[in-house]
Design a protein around this ligand. Structure first.
Ligand code: 6GU
Length: 278
């Protein structure tokens, strides 16, 4: 696979996405709205949606068949997928990853999104039914990706997720500074954001955000991000970029929380637990 040249500030290269699907109508809404719609209109990204069925043989254009070896459900046939991919690749000389979307792929993360955004082209194959003939994965796809540990009825929602996450990394798609801000969070969950009004239904915006003290605001945001990550995604803390002070701050908070819980659940001093009474 050839990595695309580094994107300079003055040369904005468009990135091309091609999606192979049995349900092209699925994509009409998602790609015409908001940031993606604007990026397409601005020529920063191109998205082609291709109907696999148009490449199937016979009057009935059959795209699925029974699984060899038996079992429930149907399997997507290889011929229409290969034919569709080959026709789409022939439309454009640019090359990039060919990704099969399947719950049995590697997990999609921001790291994978960054990896895919380095290419000038991305082809996504949406799996359906009980699966896709394995020869697609072995001899056509260069990668197989899942967007999470749950099962979707098809790869289409996953394709929207991946196009969105990758397209926003293409220079020019987001407002300047947005990505830098994100990378400064260093692998933590985002801090809480507020906008006007300062009081809504009696709920006030934290005073510190109205104080104008930039250093104090930055400290408050960092603490809330640490707190939220520790509570909801402790798995992220191991790989997060934290200073020794921040690690100590978290450890102290955790120790206080543990002590508070122990004093709540412990029996009053001197009391004998019921099941230990004579
Ligand atoms: Cl890519 N496809 C399907 N069918 N289910 C999924 C998925 C993909 N990622 C998570 N669940």
């Amino acid at each position: 696979m050839v990595a695309r040249p580094a994107r300079g500030e003055d040369v904005l290269l468009a990135m091309r996405f091609d999606i192979l699907t049995l349900f092209p109508g699925f994509f009409v809404g998602p790609f015409s709205t908001s940031i993606l719609g604007r990026a397409i209109a601005a020529g920063l990204i191109e998205i082609g949606v291709h109907d696999i069925r148009e490449h199937a043989a016979g009057r009935h254009r059959v795209c699925d068949d029974y699984p060899y070896g038996g079992g429930a459900g149907m399997v997507m046939k290889p011929e229409p997928i290969f034919a569709c991919a080959e026709a789409v690749l022939a439309q454009d000389a640019r090359r990039g990853p060919i990704v099969l979307l399947t719950p049995s792929g590697r997990l999609f993360t921001q790291q994978v999104a960054r990896e895919l955004a380095r290419h000038e082209r991305l082809l996504l194959i949406c799996g359906h039914y009980e699966g896709v003939d394995e020869r697609v994965r072995e001899h056509l796809a260069t990668d197989a990706i899942s967007i999470g540990d749950y099962v979707l009825s098809g790869g289409e929602p996953a394709a929207v997720v991946i196009v969105d996450a990758v397209a926003r990394l293409v220079p020019g798609v987001l407002a300047p500074g947005s990505l830098e801000e994100e990378s400064h969070s260093g692998g933590l969950l985002e801090y809480p954001q507020y906008t006007r009004p300062a009081i809504f239904r009696g709920w006030a915006v934290p005073d510190i955000l109205l104080s104008g003290h930039h250093a104090a605001v930055a400290r408050w945001r960092r603490e809330r991000a640490l707190e939220r990550t520790a509570a909801l995604r402790p798995d992220l803390l191991a790989r997060a970029e934290l200073t020794p002070e921040e690690r100590r701050w978290l450890a102290e908070r955790q120790a206080r929380a543990d002590a508070a819980e122990a004093s709540e659940t412990a029996p009053p001093t001197g009391a004998v637990p019921r099941n230990e009474q004579g």
